[in-house]
Design a protein around this ligand. Structure first.
Ligand code: FMN
Length: 200
Protein backbone atom coordinates (compact mmCIF):
# COMPACT_ATOMS: atom_id res chain seq x y z
CA UNK A 1 0.00 0.00 0.00
CA UNK A 2 1.47 3.32 -1.09
CA UNK A 3 -1.47 5.65 -0.55
CA UNK A 4 -4.82 5.34 1.20
CA UNK A 5 -7.78 7.65 0.62
CA UNK A 6 -10.32 7.83 3.45
CA UNK A 7 -13.74 9.29 2.63
CA UNK A 8 -15.95 10.24 5.57
CA UNK A 9 -19.48 11.61 5.45
CA UNK A 10 -20.97 11.36 8.94
CA UNK A 11 -22.92 14.35 10.25
CA UNK A 12 -21.42 13.57 13.66
CA UNK A 13 -17.78 14.14 12.67
CA UNK A 14 -15.44 11.84 14.62
CA UNK A 15 -18.31 10.72 16.89
CA UNK A 16 -20.11 9.11 13.94
CA UNK A 17 -20.12 5.32 14.01
CA UNK A 18 -18.95 5.12 10.40
CA UNK A 19 -16.17 7.62 11.24
CA UNK A 20 -15.06 5.58 14.24
CA UNK A 21 -15.06 2.33 12.28
CA UNK A 22 -13.25 3.84 9.32
CA UNK A 23 -10.73 5.63 11.59
CA UNK A 24 -9.98 2.31 13.27
CA UNK A 25 -9.68 0.62 9.89
CA UNK A 26 -7.27 3.27 8.63
CA UNK A 27 -5.21 3.16 11.85
CA UNK A 28 -4.95 -0.63 11.50
CA UNK A 29 -3.71 -0.38 7.92
CA UNK A 30 -1.36 2.47 8.83
CA UNK A 31 0.23 0.34 11.55
CA UNK A 32 0.89 -2.35 8.94
CA UNK A 33 2.11 0.09 6.29
CA UNK A 34 3.77 2.95 8.21
CA UNK A 35 5.34 4.35 5.05
CA UNK A 36 1.99 4.77 3.29
CA UNK A 37 0.49 8.22 2.77
CA UNK A 38 -3.02 8.70 4.15
CA UNK A 39 -5.38 11.33 2.73
CA UNK A 40 -8.59 11.95 4.67
CA UNK A 41 -11.45 13.78 3.01
CA UNK A 42 -14.30 14.64 5.35
CA UNK A 43 -17.15 15.32 2.95
CA UNK A 44 -19.51 16.45 5.73
CA UNK A 45 -17.08 19.05 7.09
CA UNK A 46 -15.81 20.12 3.68
CA UNK A 47 -18.57 19.30 1.18
CA UNK A 48 -18.15 18.97 -2.55
CA UNK A 49 -20.84 21.14 -4.19
CA UNK A 50 -23.71 19.62 -6.09
CA UNK A 51 -22.87 18.91 -9.69
CA UNK A 52 -24.61 21.64 -11.65
CA UNK A 53 -24.94 22.59 -15.31
CA UNK A 54 -22.15 25.16 -15.16
CA UNK A 55 -19.66 22.58 -13.90
CA UNK A 56 -20.74 19.88 -16.32
CA UNK A 57 -20.49 22.35 -19.22
CA UNK A 58 -16.97 23.25 -18.05
CA UNK A 59 -15.96 19.57 -18.16
CA UNK A 60 -17.10 19.17 -21.76
CA UNK A 61 -15.57 22.42 -23.01
CA UNK A 62 -12.23 22.09 -24.82
CA UNK A 63 -9.31 23.25 -22.62
CA UNK A 64 -8.40 26.07 -25.00
CA UNK A 65 -11.97 27.40 -25.00
CA UNK A 66 -12.61 27.39 -21.23
CA UNK A 67 -13.25 30.58 -19.28
CA UNK A 68 -11.29 31.12 -16.07
CA UNK A 69 -14.29 29.98 -14.03
CA UNK A 70 -14.70 26.86 -16.14
CA UNK A 71 -11.01 26.10 -15.77
CA UNK A 72 -11.29 26.41 -11.98
CA UNK A 73 -14.22 24.00 -11.94
CA UNK A 74 -12.32 21.47 -14.06
CA UNK A 75 -9.28 21.77 -11.80
CA UNK A 76 -11.41 21.13 -8.71
CA UNK A 77 -12.67 17.85 -10.16
CA UNK A 78 -9.18 17.03 -11.51
CA UNK A 79 -7.74 17.35 -7.99
CA UNK A 80 -10.34 14.96 -6.53
CA UNK A 81 -9.68 12.48 -9.33
CA UNK A 82 -5.92 12.74 -8.88
CA UNK A 83 -6.30 11.91 -5.18
CA UNK A 84 -8.39 8.87 -6.01
CA UNK A 85 -6.27 7.71 -8.96
CA UNK A 86 -3.05 7.88 -6.98
CA UNK A 87 -4.48 5.87 -4.06
CA UNK A 88 -4.36 2.09 -4.08
CA UNK A 89 -6.73 1.64 -1.12
CA UNK A 90 -9.98 3.55 -0.55
CA UNK A 91 -11.80 3.41 2.81
CA UNK A 92 -15.35 4.77 2.80
CA UNK A 93 -17.42 5.56 5.89
CA UNK A 94 -21.00 5.09 4.74
CA UNK A 95 -23.77 6.21 7.08
CA UNK A 96 -27.35 5.60 5.96
CA UNK A 97 -29.31 8.85 5.89
CA UNK A 98 -32.94 8.92 4.76
CA UNK A 99 -32.77 5.56 3.02
CA UNK A 100 -29.76 6.42 0.93
CA UNK A 101 -26.12 7.46 0.81
CA UNK A 102 -25.25 10.86 2.32
CA UNK A 103 -25.83 13.53 -0.31
CA UNK A 104 -22.27 14.72 0.32
CA UNK A 105 -20.90 11.36 -0.82
CA UNK A 106 -23.17 11.43 -3.88
CA UNK A 107 -21.81 14.88 -4.78
CA UNK A 108 -18.27 13.54 -4.44
CA UNK A 109 -19.08 10.56 -6.67
CA UNK A 110 -20.62 12.93 -9.23
CA UNK A 111 -17.38 14.93 -9.33
CA UNK A 112 -15.09 11.94 -9.86
CA UNK A 113 -17.17 10.24 -12.57
CA UNK A 114 -15.72 11.90 -15.66
CA UNK A 115 -15.71 10.38 -19.13
CA UNK A 116 -12.17 10.02 -20.41
CA UNK A 117 -10.74 10.36 -16.89
CA UNK A 118 -12.25 7.65 -14.68
CA UNK A 119 -14.33 5.76 -17.24
CA UNK A 120 -14.77 5.62 -20.98
CA UNK A 121 -17.43 4.42 -23.32
CA UNK A 122 -16.55 1.47 -25.56
CA UNK A 123 -18.45 -0.68 -28.06
CA UNK A 124 -19.08 -3.07 -25.18
CA UNK A 125 -20.39 -0.40 -22.81
CA UNK A 126 -18.65 1.71 -20.20
CA UNK A 127 -15.19 0.73 -19.00
CA UNK A 128 -13.78 1.83 -15.64
CA UNK A 129 -10.27 3.26 -15.76
CA UNK A 130 -9.27 3.23 -12.06
CA UNK A 131 -8.30 -0.42 -11.91
CA UNK A 132 -6.03 -2.24 -9.46
CA UNK A 133 -7.51 -0.72 -6.30
CA UNK A 134 -9.16 -2.15 -3.22
CA UNK A 135 -12.08 -0.45 -1.46
CA UNK A 136 -13.49 -1.08 2.02
CA UNK A 137 -16.88 0.32 2.97
CA UNK A 138 -17.90 0.74 6.62
CA UNK A 139 -21.69 0.92 6.45
CA UNK A 140 -23.64 2.07 9.53
CA UNK A 141 -27.42 2.08 9.84
CA UNK A 142 -30.11 2.66 12.41
CA UNK A 143 -32.22 -0.21 11.03
CA UNK A 144 -31.59 -3.70 9.68
CA UNK A 145 -31.70 -3.50 5.90
CA UNK A 146 -29.13 -5.92 4.51
CA UNK A 147 -30.67 -8.15 1.85
CA UNK A 148 -33.88 -6.10 1.59
CA UNK A 149 -35.07 -3.53 -0.95
CA UNK A 150 -34.36 -0.82 1.67
CA UNK A 151 -30.64 -1.43 1.27
CA UNK A 152 -30.25 1.12 -1.50
CA UNK A 153 -26.61 1.65 -0.60
CA UNK A 154 -24.78 -1.62 -1.22
CA UNK A 155 -25.77 -2.05 -4.86
CA UNK A 156 -25.35 1.62 -5.66
CA UNK A 157 -21.92 2.02 -4.09
CA UNK A 158 -20.68 -1.28 -5.53
CA UNK A 159 -22.00 -0.37 -8.98
CA UNK A 160 -20.58 3.13 -8.84
CA UNK A 161 -17.12 1.97 -7.79
CA UNK A 162 -17.21 -0.77 -10.44
CA UNK A 163 -18.23 1.80 -13.04
CA UNK A 164 -14.98 3.68 -12.48
CA UNK A 165 -12.95 0.45 -12.34
CA UNK A 166 -12.83 -0.31 -8.60
CA UNK A 167 -14.24 -3.83 -8.59
CA UNK A 168 -12.58 -5.25 -5.47
CA UNK A 169 -14.95 -3.90 -2.81
CA UNK A 170 -15.59 -5.25 0.68
CA UNK A 171 -18.47 -4.10 2.90
CA UNK A 172 -18.42 -4.21 6.71
CA UNK A 173 -21.84 -3.51 8.24
CA UNK A 174 -23.01 -2.22 11.61
CA UNK A 175 -26.80 -2.34 11.43
CA UNK A 176 -29.59 -1.95 13.95
CA UNK A 177 -27.81 0.91 15.74
CA UNK A 178 -31.11 2.62 16.62
CA UNK A 179 -32.95 -0.52 17.69
CA UNK A 180 -32.07 -0.59 21.35
CA UNK A 181 -28.85 -0.84 23.30
CA UNK A 182 -28.42 -4.62 22.92
CA UNK A 183 -28.73 -4.44 19.16
CA UNK A 184 -26.31 -1.51 18.98
CA UNK A 185 -23.68 -3.09 21.23
CA UNK A 186 -23.83 -6.39 19.34
CA UNK A 187 -23.63 -4.75 15.90
CA UNK A 188 -20.76 -2.45 16.81
CA UNK A 189 -18.90 -5.26 18.55
CA UNK A 190 -19.15 -7.46 15.47
CA UNK A 191 -18.13 -4.66 13.12
CA UNK A 192 -15.13 -3.66 15.23
CA UNK A 193 -14.04 -7.30 15.40
CA UNK A 194 -14.32 -7.54 11.62
CA UNK A 195 -12.21 -4.40 11.23
CA UNK A 196 -9.56 -5.90 13.52
CA UNK A 197 -9.58 -9.14 11.51
CA UNK A 198 -9.27 -7.36 8.17
CA UNK A 199 -6.43 -5.12 9.30
CA UNK A 200 -4.52 -7.69 11.39
C1 FMN B 1 -30.55 12.53 9.30
C2 FMN B 1 -30.51 11.06 9.60
C3 FMN B 1 -31.19 10.18 8.79
C4 FMN B 1 -31.15 8.81 9.04
N1 FMN B 1 -31.83 7.96 8.21
C5 FMN B 1 -31.78 6.63 8.43
C6 FMN B 1 -32.43 5.71 7.57
O1 FMN B 1 -33.07 6.08 6.60
N2 FMN B 1 -32.33 4.39 7.83
C7 FMN B 1 -31.59 3.91 8.88
O2 FMN B 1 -31.50 2.71 9.05
N3 FMN B 1 -30.95 4.77 9.72
C8 FMN B 1 -31.03 6.09 9.52
N4 FMN B 1 -30.38 6.95 10.37
C9 FMN B 1 -29.56 6.41 11.44
C10 FMN B 1 -28.10 6.34 11.00
O3 FMN B 1 -27.95 5.47 9.92
C11 FMN B 1 -27.24 5.89 12.16
O4 FMN B 1 -27.30 6.90 13.15
C12 FMN B 1 -25.78 5.67 11.77
O5 FMN B 1 -25.02 5.50 12.94
C13 FMN B 1 -25.26 6.84 10.98
O6 FMN B 1 -23.86 6.71 10.79
P1 FMN B 1 -22.88 7.75 11.51
O7 FMN B 1 -23.03 7.48 12.99
O8 FMN B 1 -21.55 7.42 10.98
O9 FMN B 1 -23.32 9.14 11.15
C14 FMN B 1 -30.42 8.33 10.15
C15 FMN B 1 -29.71 9.23 10.96
C16 FMN B 1 -29.76 10.57 10.69
C17 FMN B 1 -29.00 11.53 11.57
Amino acid sequence: MRQLLQLKSSLFAHHGQSSQLSDKFVAGLQAKHPQAKVITRDLAADPVPHLDGVTFQAWITKPEERTQEQQARVEFSDALIHELRSSDVVVIGLPMYILGVPSTLKSYFDHVARAGETFRYTENGPQGLLTGKKAYVLATRGGNYQGTSYDTQTGYVRNFLGFIGITDVEFIYAEGLNMGEDSKVAALGAAHTEVERLTA
